[in-house]
Design a protein around this ligand. Sequence first.
Ligand code: B4P
Length: 196
Amino acid sequence: NAEAKLKDTKIIFVVGGPGSGKGTQCANIVSKYGFTHLSSGDLLRAEVASGSDRGKELTEIMEKGQLVPLDVVLALLKEKMIAVAETSTGFLIDGYPREVEQGAEFEKQIGECTFTLYFEVSDETMTARLLNRAKTSGRVDDNEETIKKRLATFHESTKPVVDCYTEKGKLKMVSAEAGSEEVFVLVKEIFDGCGF
Ligand code: B4P
């Protein structure tokens, strides 16, 4: 069945601060290596766009740059993973885990991660990228005030995720200050090195 299949599937967590280039690099990875890309942020924005009551609560949280409740994100991810489990060659779980507890629950309920890919970028660079995206994105969280809060949330909650997977010997770090093509060269070294 689908849940059993997921236990044996490659699962890569993709983490980094807001604007670190997670979504951008995941798109590159999918076109070269053919994984299934699931972005927790995209799934949440889709839930908001659906106009559901749950969606309304999510908007408020995302506008504040805070993390939405763990069970909401995990349920959305699990549902999508089960739907494509039979055909997927592996998953990129983008923007997740945002806190240590999210990773632990995911691995308990779905399957262990193969490794965690971490995009390291300075706060200054992340802020500049997001302010640039703000010109066209229409996202409620792409504004100066929310960006500051998202960075604070990242340092407080997501940095411990990086430490946690480093301790498990499962962290692959990429310096992502450069342009997206240069960053992808580094990503490819990792994926080719793993035989993907
Ligand atoms: P996300 O949707 O994950 O937002 P993000 O961190 O900005 O990442 P995104 O993938 O969109 O952008 P990227 O860095 O690729 O999360 C939004 C919110 O949803 C969170 O604040 C939270 O409230 C909630 N949420 C999401 N996941 C959650 C979870 N697991 N638990 C709880 N809450 C959760 O790119 C940003 C910009 O930089 C783009 O414009 C891109 O073109 C540009 N860029 C990328 N790489 C570049 C490079 N190398 N050089 C120059 N520009 C680059």
